[in-house]
Design a protein around this ligand. Structure first.
Ligand code: ADP
Ligand code: ZN
Ligand code: ZN
Length: 758
């Protein structure tokens, strides 16, 4: 046998090509498909992945030699390579980008990765500044030190030294200077870096695992679901449709027990956002302890690498994580669980624009693992799959513990009210306010949902109607308090609030549209003795901020938890007996085909947070659209009726799951350029369909996007609707590889299976 002389290498460059390199004989043993190699590219070095050997070279081209092959074992298994090809095809994206997304950052960079599990230096805040004045005085002449200090605050008070000097680019001298002044401390930790160990310490270990999910006796429905899953064929897909509080987690745990102990295989558990679901993660840790690796977004690159290696070596058998954990390097994969499978966060918003649920299904099929899609409010796509027999439907129709589904009442805000100037009344109707008072009086807890952060959603001049808008986006600015700022939620542009209307000089501007900050204040005024915790993007920038707030709620230190959709997911607090939705209509009328589905899911999920213990729960939804089917079906806990109506609505005009969809987005700084490029793309695609006689595809548009401008870029789009999915894949690939708009600077994006059309 002679050693192959050439290797095809996919590189993380956005080109639809693999590069061919010569294999030096000394490296031949390590240069195998799936192996990482270091190769020369454009005067520098890049890490690539070998996709094939014995590639042929175009005539007259000399292949440069591979410089290094750093790993004894290939980084990616053959099945992950195959999965990468599938993703590249389906989402019309270069395979090199997919392969990079599959690897931990530390392995995808040419510079030497941080060695795993040695001593790490940690920089921690050592001094607090109780007032802004003290802080200003301390940092007066040292903005760089302030930047460092505030970055640390943002990360929960501490960070690895290498993270600060590496990713954040903070000079070592700044850190040393601040240490000398006593505001930070540098300590060294010998580590297997496991941030959940930090969490266990922070919780004092008192109630870690004490909830005893591992020791519960399954109900009949849970047992039936577990039995069906255990008996399923390799690669089979199951939809676990269990109402809120029906005990889906226990079904996952029992299945995993079988996979690990009987089959001797490993598993992946996907959760939408790990920071928001510490309770779920705790239950897996309580049941499986050290066999679990938690892939948290707050991991440093080194920590992520440690976890990845532990999984690759089989030291840990279960990967729990968000979207990208679907790529966890588990060798013998027995099961992939996608919890809350309807969540939009499973779709990646940048290339490769994969949907982790669909990747999970593909991976399960390739590797013969059972795939469980769990939800109380399944996506319409998954529901359709169950109806058509592509997924097996398993149902948990009752709450598992003592609880029953809560009663849901609707307060119609559009009904004629006595005219009121009471600002509290705008946020809290009489029934909701009374219910909060009663709940607090009984010593029980309240969850209030308002899916809009900030103080007021826009600022308007009462005289001329002027609205403060972002200079970069076609979006109104949101007013924030403490500190008072106008903020764009799309591009993060901020400005100081204007004193008067810039158009007509009217001195008083009106705050319109409630945000969470305002509700927090109003609730505080009305219930001064209650402890209110607010949970939204603005209060959770720190590494463990989510967990800290939720732990306080769990310990009963918080009476009212107020927040955006963050608080609607997975929370299980038996003493929460009232859920109030301040304004159900946020998002209901967005020009997006999924707005009703989203609204229903949000309402049904947040309603499901009430009455999960023995005490009866109650839900009050305030709305101006009490007859909307999303509101009505959430009120009666009637998923079946909701999907029936919503599926009917998706037939004309046709939207998923009736058709498959690609959203072709064009954006650029020149308004006319973008419009022209959009037309050019539409013409190009129309010609392609005609000349290649592609059936089963229809083009809609082009048209400006509902949000016409974001971050200074104008946006147009067109939709490709397909009844023939493979044809959509082929056309997408062809388009992504070949279409180039005439105008320079116009960016073209092919977004297959989009979760938002805004
Ligand atoms: P879901 O994810 O379906 O909303 P969870 O898995 O969070 O529900 O379970 C809801 C609650 O029911 C949890 O507090 C859990 O401990 C409890 N529970 C689950 N299964 C059982 C069981 N078989 N017996 C008693 N309590 C259970
Ligand atoms: Zn004005
Ligand atoms: Zn903006």
């Amino acid at each position: 046998m002679t050693a192959p002389r050439l290797a095809a290498v996919a590189l993380p460059v956005p080109l639809f090509t693999t590069f061919t390199y010569a294999v030096p004989p000394a490296l031949a043993a390590r240069v195998v498909p799936g192996a990482r190699v270091v190769v020369p590219l454009r005067g520098g070095r890049e890490v690539g992945i070998v996709t094939a050997l014995d590639a042929t070279l175009p005539e007259g081209v000399a292949a440069k030699p591979i410089a290094d092959a750093p790993d004894a074992e290939p980084a990616l298994t053959p099945s992950l390579l195959e999965l990468a090809r599938w993703i590249a095809e389906r989402y019309a994206t270069p395979v090199g980008l997919v392969l990079r997304a599959m690897l931990p950052t530390a392995l995808a960079q040419a510079s030497r990765a941080a060695p795993a599990g040695r001593e790490t230096a940690v920089v921690a805040i050592a001094r607090a500044f109780p007032t802004l004045m003290e802080r200003d005085a301390f940092f007066k002449r040292s903005p760089a030190q302030r930047g460092l200090y505030e970055s640390l605050e943002g990360m929960g008070g501490h960070a690895a030294l290498t993270h600060l000097t590496g990713q954040l680019g903070i000079a070592r001298t700044v850190i040393t200077a601040l240490e000398k002044r006593g505001a930070v401390r540098i300590t060294r930790h010998a580590s297997m870096r496991d941030p959940f160990a930090v969490r266990d310490r922070a919780r004092g270990g008192d109630d870690g695992g004490a909830d005893g999910a591992a020791r519960l006796v399954p109900t009949d429905a849970q047992r039936a679901a577990v039995n069906a899953l255990v008996a399923s064929e390799p690669g089979e897909i199951a939809l676990l449709h269990g109402i809120t509080g029906s005990g889906k987690t226990l079904v996952y745990i029992e299945l995993l027990r079988h996979v690990l102990e009987v089959q001797g295989k490993g598993a992946i558990v996907l959760v939408p956002e790990i920071a928001l679901t510490p309770q779920t993660v705790d239950r897996f840790r309580a049941a499986f302890g050290d066999k679990v690796a938690v892939l948290h977004s707050a991991l440093s690159d080194g920590e992520r690498l440690d976890a990845w290696r532990a999984l690759r070596r089989g030291e840990r058998r279960i990967a729990v994580g968000a979207r990208s954990a679907v790529f966890a390097p588990i060798a013998d994969l027995g099961a992939v669980i996608v919890d809350e499978e309807h969540e939009a966060s499973y779709k990646q918003g940048e290339a490769p624009r994969y949907h982790a649920r669909d990747v999970a299904i593909a991976r399960g099929r390739h590797e013969g693992a059972v795939v469980v899609l769990g939800s109380a409010t399944p996506s319409l796509e998954t529901w359709r799959a169950a109806q058509e027999g592509r997924a097996r439907l398993l149902t948990l129709p009752m709450r598992a513990g003592a609880g029953a589904l809560p009663r849901v009442e609707v307060v119609n805000l559009a009904a004629p009210h006595a005219p009121t100037v009471d600002p509290v009344r705008v946020a809290l109707s009489e029934p909701l306010e009374r219910a909060i008072g009663d709940t607090l009086a009984r010593g029980e807890q309240v969850i209030l949902l308002l899916n809009r952060r900030g103080f007021a959603s826009f600022v308007q001049c009462p005289a001329c109607g002027w609205v403060a808008e972002c200079p970069n986006c076609s979006i109104s600015l949101t007013a924030h308090k403490a500190p008072a700022r106008w903020v764009c939620h799309y591009c993060q542009h901020q400005e100081a609030p204007a004193e008067a209307c810039p158009r007509c000089a009217t001195p008083v501007l009106q705050m319109r549209g409630l945000g969470t900050q305002q509700v927090e204040r109003l609730v505080g005024e009305r219930f001064p003795r209650a402890t209110v915790a607010r949970m939204d993007v603005d209060t959770t920038s720190g590494k463990w901020a989510h967990v800290e707030i939720l732990d306080r709620v769990g310990r009963g230190e918080v009476d009212i938890l107020l927040g955006t959709q963050m608080i609607a997911k997975g929370l299980d607090f038996p003493n929460v007996t009232l859920v109030g939705v301040i304004d159900a209509d946020v998002g209901i009328n967005l020009p997006d085909f999924r707005s009703s589905e989203r609204t229903f899911q949000l309402l049904a999920q947040v309603a499901g947070r009430a009455g999960r213990g023995a005490k009866v729960g109650r839900v009050i939804i305030q709305t101006r659209a009490p007859d909307h089917h999303a509101v009505r079906c959430a009120m009666t806990h009637d998923y079946a009726s909701f999907v029936r109506q919503e599926l009917a609505a998706r037939t004309s005009p046709a939207y998923p799951p009736e058709v498959q969809l690609a959203n072709v987005l064009l954006s650029g700084e020149g308004q006319d350029d973008v419009a022209r490029a959009a037309q050019q793309a539409a013409d190009w695609l129309a010609r392609l369909l005609a000349t290649k006689k592609v059936a089963g595809l229809a083009l809609v548009g082009p048209a400006p996007c509902p949000i016409e401008r974001v971050e200074g870029r104008w946006r147009w789009h067109l939709l490709v609707k397909a009844t023939d999915a493979p044809a959509l894949t082929r056309v997408g690939r062809y388009f992504a590889e070949r279409f180039k708009p005439d105008a320079a600077g116009v960016r073209v994006t092919w977004d297959r299976d989009p979760v938002s059309l805004l």
